[in-house]
Ligand binder design. Structure first.
Ligand code: CTP
Ligand SMILES: C[C@](O)(CO)[C@H](O)COP(=O)(O)O
Length: 226
């Protein structure tokens, strides 16, 4: 077996330490077609050829959803933080640093395909930073809450952001340190890059990759899996 080319290899950080407030119960423990959400997410990354290791950022009780899995690649757990940003930083500290790239993904996105993961990693190798996203195809309007007047909003160049979001590890670590030094709060890693002026190549997802957020998402995800 040839040694892996670490210049192109990629670690994964799966953030799964949230409170599921909008769901009302632990959305990462819910089974989709018999498999817990978090386990589906881990298995998608283990199936992706570009991924060499997985760090799961989650509390101990969620780690047990993985049945102490005997996985084909290294899988480690680390505790999360107060917000998603803190959980990502905790994941960065747990990387083996045997890769040059890191894919940060929501544990609550269990339908992500290994093919989309690999496509996003390939673009990050090319551009240093890449993120999975979905083009806006619906008609958009802006509505004034005072007089209910509406106006059309062009959907050209508009995307729904998804994950994974993939970066050179050094770039992401240094960018998060910069953001922290300025006490900035960010929703995702693309926002971190915007704060430090680094462009991110958006990669159109070819498969469903919805985030499990509310009970309605569970029904939709089950329907997709049927
Ligand atoms: N402190 C946090 C907050 C969120 N997440 C993770 O980030 C992903 C996206 O967050 P979201 O879907 O908003 O999850 P929750 O924060 O749990 O949702 P809610 O806002 O409804 O509580 C999820 O996999 C969640 O577990 C995390 O690891 N650590
Ligand atoms: C990180 C994310 O999934 C893609 O950008 C999204 O921002 C998470 O949003 P939420 O507000 O935490 O649900």
């Amino acid at each position: 077996m040839p040694a892996p080319d670490i210049t192109r290899s990629c670690s994964a950080i799966l953030v799964a330490a949230g409170s599921s407030r909008r769901m009302g119960f632990d959305k990462l423990a819910v089974e989709l077609a018999g498999v817990p959400v978090l386990r589906r997410t881990v298995e998608a990354f283990l199936a992706a050829e570009s991924i060499s290791e997985v760090v799961v950022v989650c509390p101990e009780e969620r780690w047990r959803l993985l049945d102490g899995g005997d996985f084909a690649k290294p899988v480690r757990r680390v505790d999360g933080g107060e917000n998603r940003q803190d959980s990502v930083v905790a994941g960065l500290s747990a990387l083996s640093l045997e890769s040059n790239f890191v894919a940060v993904h929501d544990g609550a996105r269990p339908l992500v395909s290994p093919e989309d993961i690999d496509a996003c990693v390939a673009e990050a190798v090319e551009y240093r930073a890449a993120a999975l996203a979905r083009r806006v195809t619906e008609t958009l309007k802006r509505s004034d809450p005072l007089d209910f007047s509406t106006e059309g909003v062009s959907r050209e160049q508009l995307w729904f952001m998804e994950t994974p979001q993939v970066f050179e590890i050094r770039l992401l670590v240094d960018s998060y340190a910069d953001v922290a030094s300025r006490n900035l709060t960010v929703t995702d890693e693309v926002s971190v890059m915007e704060a430090v002026g680094v462009r991110v190549k958006l990669v159109e997802s070819r498969h469903p990759n919805l985030k499990i957020t509310t009970p309605a998402d569970l029904a939709l995800a089950e329907a997709i899996l049927r």
